[in-house]
Design a binder for this molecule. Structure first.
Ligand code: OAD
Length: 248
């Protein structure tokens, strides 16, 4: 079989984009890497903070044992995020939302950079680090509106402690969001998987769902992942360089 030359890959994809009815994109930490947001696993390193692996500090068990420590970790992460701007991958995906009859953007990221780039109605599977949620009544509030010296912050609605509004290891996804994402995945005809190691479920099941329903599956990632095998096309490269090349 003749090896596909690079330019042909891009032209083929542009052609698919031009005729797509419903484009679905799933993003992970890699889409924000070029913005300066550290990934969790990319490159083989595990993020460790104060001697704790991220899946220990970011866990339901830690929340139950030491809520202020979980706040300290997310305050630290927001401190990093505060310096980060959306990159060309985020802005390309934001432009795509008005380029097709239907477009769905699903992210595992909690950094808010898709919205900062102008994306609307992003399905945030793992919540958002810029939001707090009351442990008592469920009231949600932008963390920037809360007293930064009060950890944990106290809910203005009921006086209970608040927590970061993110999904921690050992927790369920927010009600309905995965179901909505899975339904849309099953209705798309072109699915992009960008910057995710594709090992955290149930998010990683979405591309397979799209594939099962007959969508053409494209992966953009400098490294192979467990999904690579079922993809119709894998583009080994950086999201911020590859996605703008697909403008059609
Ligand atoms: P990971 O850190 O597991 O994987 C990041 C992926 O991005 C890797 O496959 C890298 O090869 C790839 N990558 C790195 N730089 C890239 C670039 N510039 N362009 C494209 N790809 C790049 O992050 P996720 O897959 O998002 O969950 O992790 C999934 C979930 O695990 C996270 O949402 C988080 C974490 O635990 C929770 O916190 C619940």
């Amino acid at each position: 079989m003749p090896v596909k030359q690079e330019p042909n890959i891009y032209e083929e994809l542009r052609e698919r984009l031009r005729s797509a009815r419903h484009v679905f994109a799933l993003t992970g930490a890699g889409v924000s890497a070029e913005s300066g947001v550290p990934t969790f696993r990319g490159g083989g390193d595990t993020t460790v903070w104060k001697g704790m692996p991220f899946d220990v500090i970011s866990s339901a068990g830690m929340l139950a044992r030491d809520l202020p420590a979980v706040w300290e970790w997310f305050d630290y992460r927001r401190g990093v995020l505060g310096h980060c701007q959306p990159n060309a991958a985020h802005t390309t995906l934001a432009r795509w939302q008005d380029s097709f009859p239907r477009f769905t953007l699903v992210t595992q990221n909690v950094d808010g950079l898709h919205a900062a780039a102008g994306s609307r109605d992003v399905l945030e599977l793992h919540g958002n680090a810029w939001r707090a949620r009351c442990l008592g009544c469920g009231w949600r509030e932008d963390v920037r509106h809360l007293d930064a010296d009060e950890r944990p912050p106290v809910c203005r609605a009921c006086g209970e402690a608040m927590r970061p509004d993110v999904v921690l290891f050992g927790e369920m996804l927010p009600a309905g969001v995965f179901e909505e994402a899975a339904m849309r995945a099953s209705e798309c005809d072109l699915c992009f998987v960008v910057g995710t190691s594709a090992i955290v479920y149930p998010a990683a099941a979405l591309p397979a769902e799209a594939r099962r329903a007959g969508a053409y599956l494209v992966e953009v990632n400098p490294e192979p992942t467990p999904l690579s095998e079922i993809c119709d096309m894998t583009i080994r490269g950086l999201a911020g360089e590859i996605l703008p090349r697909l403008e059609f």
